[in-house]
Design a binder for this molecule. Structure first.
Ligand SMILES: Cc1cc2nc3c(=O)[nH]c(=O)nc-3n(C[C@H](O)[C@H](O)[C@H](O)COP(=O)(O)O)c2cc1C
Length: 349
């Protein structure tokens, strides 16, 4: 596969290199969606590369790390769990309503998913101008005549287009099964998300139903963090959704210290957003995160070269982090603390 060769070459020495390779391989409409800021929420790893969520989960397992599968997935829960040799968590959106979520959670429990991640920052799907201009709606669900103006950008990327067509085109959401209708079409996600806001009372219901560890994703304030812990969360993820939901919200790392203080050791604190280098991971750990999550860093790798690209992204981040630790003269992650970062110089509170 040409993508695999590209990533194996010394050109992909950092995440920005993977981003460049992804940009070259993907049509503009797909790359802009992956790369962009505040926007609508239509995940489709499988549209970036046929390996999709299974390839990403396999690479995560092989690297000894966990993978979180989104509700909005082109592969089934069972396929993704079977692909990974490591822990897999399920991220829930209430798209389709409670009965649809209940069916998915039962499947997740049976398949062996280790934890449930509930995202609380996606109360509505936003509007994104770049996607509108690029023809995202037409690509996902438009008629053939409506697609015509956007076809040149697809034909300019023959390797992506061939893989996309051989893979069956736009996938359905096999984990959002609407009674009497079957798997939800990808095109319906923005409308369904607008009715899928998670409230605190939903968490109580989820806790009773799931009966396993629950992680709350999208926490940006001390109040929300404390509320999540009071509702029984075993961990919170400090996240602004990679800046993809509400423009102008603070960077995750700038609010991490106050969330760590608010949680006061009663739950684990994880963080995501903007992790592109090993030093980004180290800074988050210094400020009290127990672990970090990555979004675009692995998605660029996936888009560039499927599973091999995700493996390369993880390898880049791991070696970069280990180098950073050595340069700091710190022998182990467990010894990192706030004394290693100059908060004011770094622009944090
Ligand atoms: C293409 C794309 C799709 C995403 N889909 C979801 C999703 O379905 N559910 C969710 O909770 N977060 C989703 N996110 C947000 C990520 O989980 C994560 O919070 C964010 O990407 C972290 O920032 P980073 O991309 O800078 O690493 C998505 C992000 C991207 C880039």
């Amino acid at each position: 596969m040409s993508g695999r060769r590209a990533v194996a070459s010394p050109r992909a020495v950092n995440v920005e290199d993977l981003r460049r390779l992804a940009r070259r391989r993907l049509p503009r409409v797909v790359f802009d969606y992956l790369d962009g800021g505040a926007e609508d929420e239509v995940t489709y790893s499988r549209l970036m590369h046929p390996d999709g969520e299974c390839g990403a989960a396999r690479a995560a397992g092989a690297a000894g790390t966990a993978y979180i599968l989104s509700t909005i997935s082109g592969y089934t829960l069972e396929e993704v769990k079977a692909a990974s040799s490591g822990p897999v968590w399920y991220q829930l959106y209430l798209v389709g309503g409670r009965p649809v979520a209940e069916a998915a959670l039962e499947r997740a429990r049976d398949a062996g998913f280790a934890a449930l991640v509930v995202t609380i920052d996606t109360a509505v799907a936003g509007m994104r101008e770049r996607d509108l201009r690029n023809g995202m709606t037409e690509l996902l669900g438009g008629s053939l005549p409506a697609k015509i103006p956007f076809l040149p950008q697809l034909f300019a990327h023959p390797s992506w287009l061939t893989a996309f067509l051989v893979d069956g085109g736009v996938p359905r959401l096999h984990n959002v099964v609407i009674p009497g209708e079957g798997p939800m079409p990808l095109m319906d996600v923005p409308t369904a998300l607008a009715r899928a806001a998670v409230r605190w009372e939903d968490l109580r219901w989820l806790r009773e139903m799931w009966r396993g560890p629950i992680v709350i994703k999208g926490v940006l304030t001390a109040d929300d963090a404390r509320h999540a812990v009071d509702e029984g969360a075993v961990a919170v993820i400090v996240s602004n959704h990679g800046g993809r939901q509400l423009d102008g919200v603070p960077a995750s790392i700038s609010v991490l210290p106050e969330v760590v203080t608010a949680v006061n050791g009663q739950a684990e604190v994880l963080m995501d957003g903007g992790i592109r280098r090993g030093s980004d991971i180290v800074k988050a750990l210094c400020l009290g995160a127990r672990a970090v999550l990555i979004g675009r860093a692995y998605a660029y790798g996936l888009a560039a070269a499927g599973e091999a690209g995700v493996a390369r992204a993880l390898e880049i981040l791991r070696t970069d982090m280990e180098r950073t630790l050595r340069l700091l003269g710190c022998g182990a992650v467990s010894r990192l603390d706030r004394s290693f970062v100059a908060l004011q110089a770094a622009g944090y509170r």
